[in-house]
Write a protein that binds this ligand. Structure first.
Ligand SMILES: Cc1c2[nH]c(c1CCC(=O)O)Cc1[nH]c(c(CCC(=O)O)c1C)Cc1[nH]c(c(CCC(=O)O)c1C)Cc1[nH]c(c(C)c1CCC(=O)O)C2
Length: 354
């Protein structure tokens, strides 16, 4: 049966009733759902094989390849959700920003955004700019059956960091210089990025994504007062842009222990937690009414099977009092992770919680 009303988006009824979707809504689940950030990618030999000879950004624009790569971890690991294979800089590339993803480095922007004149380069995103996304999600939802597809985007702060720095940055110095030194330019930049990000998430939901995750990976670099004043309004604007669809909205960042309450307050239904804060403590910081996602240290997967299982038990114990828990890592799968360790972890969590 196909359910296409406002409450369920474009997904079918079985998807709506899947363990992942129920956990996002804080409803009882048949087992704790599991997926992994960066589950598609270099940890999988089948990924390395199909990506051979094709640049990262180029592959994001090839719907058949995107479909295959997105499905690979679902087939191999039996995870409870797929995440659309793309990158946070894809919508920026789509509006004509001259950037590339350098292997082993990350996104690099040819001409950083540093002045008011540079802002003009950030034009609105239209669905036509990313027609390959609509096409790929259409193919994917047909192939996935009842497994939900998570769409995603980079949050305004994390996108701004790449645009202003011109590439990956440890200290975000140019970004913070703009934030503290020219608050109006900063606010206008984040607002532009919120518009683009909101439009990009809408495209993914309209095409059939069942949930969306906003990655504010580097926002842990900020103090709470600065986050609230200078970043939260833009992230809230993104969440508000997609609120009407009723699809779960997940909000994730790294090193966000002091920001967890604000990440929820920004408008998310689910807050992603890294491995630094146990989930019961995270729940206290986030407050009632939100599900939590996380939070095994991705490096734990390099240890013995027993150690991984002990850590999984610790996470499940900390999550036992939560209304909604989606099991995940505290950040993305590291490229040299043994994929079998991931498959075993999915099985383990399913068995322990069934
Ligand atoms: C900060 C960030 C980026 N991209 C992303 C984030 C937020 C998530 C996070 O915090 O990890 C988001 C992202 N990027 C990618 C995905 C795939 C979906 C999934 O999770 O399976 C997702 C969700 C594919 C990718 N994005 C990238 C790769 C590696 C490129 C390759 O396989 O050739 C993949 C699979 C490139 C990329 N793109 C970015 C980085 C830091 C890198 C790694 C650079 C490198 O180590 O080579 C920026």
């Amino acid at each position: 049966m196909s359910v296409n009303d406002e409450a369920t988006g474009r997904q079918n009824a079985a998807t709506y009733d899947s363990a992942f979707m129920k956990a996002c809504r804080r409803e009882p689940v048949p087992h704790t759902p599991v997926w992994f950030m960066r589950q598609a990618g270099r940890s999988l030999p089948e990924y390395r094989k199909v990506r051979e000879g094709t640049a990262m950004l180029e592959s994001c624009m090839m719907p058949e390849l995107v479909t295959e790569i997105t499905l690979q971890p679902v087939r191999r690991h039996g995870v409870d959700a797929a995440i659309y294979f793309s990158d946070i800089v894809v919508p920026l590339k789509a509006i004509g920003i001259d950037l590339d993803i350098k292997p082993g480095v990350g996104p690099v922007v040819e001409q950083p955004i540093r002045s008011r004149a540079d802002l003009a380069r950030l034009r609105d995103l239209t669905p036509e700019d990313v027609s390959y996304v609509t096409e790929a999600i259409g193919m994917l939802t047909r192939e996935l059956g009842e497994t939900p597809l998570i769409g995603f985007a980079g949050a305004p702060f994390t996108l701004a960091s790449y645009l202003v720095e011109g590439g990956p940055s440890r200290n975000h110095e140019h970004t913070k210089a703009m934030m503290y030194g020219d608050p109006q330019l900063w606010a206008d930049l984040l607002d532009r990025l919120a518009e683009i990000t909101g439009a990009f998430l809408k495209v993914q939901i309209e095409a059939g994504a069942s949930a969306v995750q906003l990655f504010d990976s580097w926002v842990g670099a900020l103090a709470p007062a600065d986050y609230r004043r200078s970043v939260m309004p833009a992230s809230t604007k993104v969440f508000d842009a997609v609120a009407g669809y009723g699809v779960p909205r997940i909000h994730f960042g790294v090193g966000t222990g002091e920001l967890l309450g604000l990440l929820g307050e920004a408008g998310a239904d689910v807050v992603g937690v890294d491995w630094r804060v146990p989930l019961d403590e995270a729940a206290r910081r986030v407050g009632p009414g939100k599900a939590l996602q996380g939070n095994i240290d991705p490096a734990v997967l390099f240890s013995s099977r027993e150690a991984v299982e002990a850590k999984a038990d610790e996470v499940l114990a900390a999550a036992s009092g939560l209304e909604g828990h989606i099991f995940n890592l505290g950040h993305g799968v590291l490229p040299s992770t043994d994929p079998d360790a991931l498959t075993r972890l999915v099985e383990y969590v399913h068995t322990r919680t069934a």
